[in-house]
Design a protein around this ligand. Structure first.
Ligand code: CA
Length: 433
């Protein structure tokens, strides 16, 4: 688990003025990574680090030979179009580059002159996924979501007996994961209303989003060698936002007995900036279980995980319909309310010997809070489509309509600590083809 160091110091300021403004997502204590190029250009994508309202183009930093030695090698790795090579280097390497960039971006640094030529305004950028995602696993860590959805799908048996023992997940589809800005056509498939005798085929009528945290694996493990819970966080590069689009009518008909299939594999969208786990050190929170619940088995238990395994990360979901000039909020929740921690997900995933690889993605599962208005999906907010929600301006929704844009944001914020923002993930539903 990362400890606080000089890179987290609230008093640090940057020679990039916009990074010092209150409310900035990307102050000098954040330093998230993405793959970028100038919008509309045919330049190669390359790694970059956000600072204020600009990105530090790591390919330009490499070419300008701003750093020497180990840091120059790490800059060159992180400047690649995909960051898998940098992610595979491990936590000590990520931390070394973070420290070097933190020092070089601080007010009055000797590198200021050289680095000023390596900045690109965020407003001029377009993004690619920061890593090749070999495998994608979606967990189900919000007990509030699992209970609410379970009560809709199985009113007599909402929370299955394994839930409080096993960090439930399924293997998802990596090929259809896109970066913020993704637009996709409403999927078609087999649909069956509960009262119909046979399924029909056609466009999904119950299209939904899921507000999730994306967990990006850095250094992997060899096949057959589980990752202990004490070591688990050393294998996690960072966090981002994930919209796990879901076709509820397809899902309801197909999900038993093997879980989601075509209801989830048509699109998933990630926010471009990956916030390192190290940047989130000030926002770690205790992981606790109600005394009436079973405590995790020993392989999912560690002192550090109990003391600070959770992340105090505020999540927000907004919608912008074609009729709206500005998006309006659908819900807010907090990743701190997750029933399982990141370390428990990593350890459970590998306990059978399964190998993780650099760039693998975990979804946290829909992050719904304990209260109904904190639900991270329309399925929950509209109580299974039975109760339309009214949006500001008077429009109503049970599920998504063509042209709707969903925007997700996240921030870590509290007195005495730097504000760590995640930017946003935004994507739009197009009509069925
Ligand atoms: Ca999901």
């Amino acid at each position: 688990m990362h400890t606080l160091n000089e890179t987290h110091d609230l008093a640090l300021t940057s020679w990039v003025d916009s990074a010092n403004r209150p409310g900035c997502d990307f102050p000098i204590q954040n330093l998230p990574f993405a793959s970028v190029r100038r919008r509309g250009s045919d330049e190669s994508f390359r790694g970059a680090v956000a600072i204020g309202d600009v990105a530090l183009d790591l390919a330009a930093v490499r070419d300008a030979q701003v750093f020497g030695g180990e840091i120059a090698e790490l800059v060159a790795l992180a400047a690649q179009p995909k960051l898998n090579g940098f992610m595979a280097k491990g936590a000590a390497a990520w931390s070394s580059l973070r420290l070097a960039l933190s020092r070089a971006l601080r007010s009055n640094s000797v590198e200021q002159g050289a680095l000023e030529a390596c900045l690109i305004p965020l407003a001029e950028l377009e993004y690619d996924l920061a890593m090749n995602i070999g495998d994608y696993t979606d967990f189900y860590t919000s007990i509030h979501h699992a209970t609410a959805v379970g009560s809709l799908f199985r009113p007599d048996n909402p929370l299955l007996p394994n839930y409080k023992w096993v960090p439930i997940g399924y293997h998802g589809r990596a090929s259809s994961i896109g970066v913020s800005g993704q637009a996709f056509h409403r999927p078609k498939g087999q649909l069956k209303a509960p009262d119909a005798t046979e399924p029909s085929f056609g466009p999904c009528k119950r299209l939904d989003y899921e507000l999730e945290v994306g967990i990006v694996i850095g250094q992997g493990n060899a096949l057959g060698e589980p990752i202990s819970i004490e070591q688990a966080e050393q294998h996690v590069f960072g966090l981002c936002l994930l919209n796990d689009w879901s076709a509820r009518d397809i899902q309801a008909w197909e999900y038993q007995p093997l879980g989601p299939f075509l209801s989830k594999s048509f699109a998933s969208t990630l926010s471009p900036w990956i916030v390192t786990l190290e940047a989130l050190a000030p926002y770690r929170a205790a992981f606790t279980r109600p005394e009436s619940d079973p405590q995790p088995l020993p392989y999912l238990t560690a002192e550090a995980n109990s003391a600070g395994g959770a992340v105090d990360m505020q999540l927000e979901c907004l919608i912008q319909t074609p009729a709206m000039a500005e998006p309006v909020r659908l819900s807010r929740s907090n990743f701190r309310d997750s029933y399982w921690t990141i370390a428990q997900m990593v350890t459970h995933h590998t306990v059978n010997g399964c190998n993780l690889q650099a760039g693998d993605l975990f979804g946290s599962g829909t992050q719904s809070g304990p209260n109904h208005e904190e639900a991270g999906s329309l399925l929950e907010l509209s109580r299974g489509g039975k109760t339309p929600i009214t949006l500001a301006g008077g429009e109503t929704r049970t599920f998504l309509e063509d042209g709707d844009t969903i925007i997700m944001k996240a921030v870590c914020e509290k007195p005495g600590a730097p504000r760590i923002g995640f930017g946003e993930v935004r994507s739009t539903v197009l009509p069925a083809r």
